[in-house]
Design a protein around this ligand. Structure first.
Ligand SMILES: [Zn+2]
Length: 377
């Protein structure tokens, strides 16, 4: 689909910009006007992980003027085979800080805004409103539905991507011109029915292929060049080295983007919409109370040793996430006591919780917001 450029051109490029982007400007369809549009654009990337790493680097390299990054996790060793923004020495650092540094190393003129928080129904509209186009580089359904709905309410294009083992998909959803994510998937899959990349695994290089498809759509939308892949899901099979497309249609009964849609605002709770059981979580306040009441439980820190050295919750035992992924941690877990897992922000502990609950340790929860929430009390 041919769409007018999303972003205005002008003022003229500087000589430094003409030099820097010369190999891109020389393409007639891009030209100086296209480069001006890229410089004037604001792109939000939600997630600075497997898809976010290559996406952010290519956005910055292409000359996107303003880049926002949403992420609240820190770097761990299991990230490094695919999250190419980060290195061994940066394990334990906040992803947003390192991502910003790497972007500025690559292109110092980029304006980088950090959003170091979980995107939720309270802040989503406010954050998304500042950007022209949104890239979803996360791998959880609650965020996906939330960001889709926020993008629809703001009439902004939403570029989605997903990777699993050797298979990847990407699409640009934009209710102004075509379907939204919920037109295609009106309801989330049952929890646990779709494995995330911690469980199923992902070939690192596949992330680059899918992120590249996402950034390509972003550049086309901003500059108005080529055919925007509205109404398609782009599919890549890395084992077969094959690209294909699936046609998708706007659902005239879509809950969020149809005419007279029943839903005119964000849902109150996307996690329960996705069937995520909040009784699997414990708040920092309730955890403090458990300590104060001398309750019997085991608190396990699933972060990396470097993070544990810097700060820890008194009474916690360190078992890094990798030992849960290969199930070697299971033999160290008590069968007769409640198990509470925590990490920095709650992402890694949720992954580990799923693994131990799957292995039969049902009397288990994880700390909402991780040690960050604990330290804020
Ligand atoms: Zn829709």
């Amino acid at each position: 689909m041919k769409i007018p450029p999303l972003v205005k051109s002008g003022p003229s490029l500087t000589d430094a910009e003409r030099t820097r982007y010369s190999r891109q400007i020389v393409i007639p369809q891009v030209s100086e006007l296209g480069q001006e549009r890229l410089r004037n654009s604001k792109v939000l990337c939600i997630g600075a992980g497997g898809l976010g790493s290559p996406a952010l680097l290519y956005l910055a390299a292409a000359g996107i003027g303003s880049i926002g990054i949403v992420d609240f996790d820190s770097i761990d060793e299991t990230n490094l085979h695919r999250q190419i923004l980060y290195t061994q020495a940066e394990i334990g650092e906040r992803k947003v800080d390192i991502a910003k540094k790497k972007i500025l190393d690559l292109n110092p003129t980029t304006l980088v805004t950090i959003h170091d928080s979980r995107i939720d129904n309270v802040n989503a509209l406010e954050i998304l409103a500042n950007y022209d186009i949104i890239i979803d580089a996360t791998d959880n359904f609650a965020t996906r539905y939330l960001v889709n709905d926020a993008a629809v309410l703001l009439n902004k294009p939403y570029v989605w991507g997903s990777v699993n083992r050797f298979d990847g998909q990407a699409a640009i959803f934009w209710n102004t011109y075509g379907p939204c994510y919920r037109c295609v998937h009106p309801t989330p899959p049952p929890p646990g029915s779709v494995q995330n990349c911690a469980e199923a695994g992902v070939l690192g290089v596949l992330c680059a292929s899918i992120a590249s498809m996402q950034v390509n759509e972003v550049i086309k939308a901003i500059t108005g060049i080529g055919e925007l892949q509205i109404g398609k899901i782009m599919v890549y099979d890395a084992l077969d080295s094959q690209y294909s497309k699936i046609n998708i249609k706007k659902d005239s009964n879509c809950a969020i983007c149809s005419q007279n849609a029943p839903q005119q605002k964000l849902l109150d709770d996307y996690e329960s919409f996705c069937g995520i059981n909040i009784s699997d979580e414990i708040s920092a306040k309730d955890l403090r109370k458990k300590f104060a009441d001398n309750e019997e439980f085991v608190l396990i820190d699933v972060r990396e040793p470097e993070e544990f050295e810097k700060s820890r919750i008194p009474g916690s035992t360190l078992i890094p996430k990798g030992f849960f992924l290969d199930h070697s941690a299971l033999s160290a877990l008590p069968l007769d006591k409640e198990i509470i897992l925590h990490c920095r922000s709650g992402v890694r502990s949720a992954e580990c919780l799923e693994i131990i609950q799957g292995a039969g340790f049902k009397n288990s929860r994880h700390l909402t917001g991780g040690i960050l929430a604990w330290e804020k009390l």
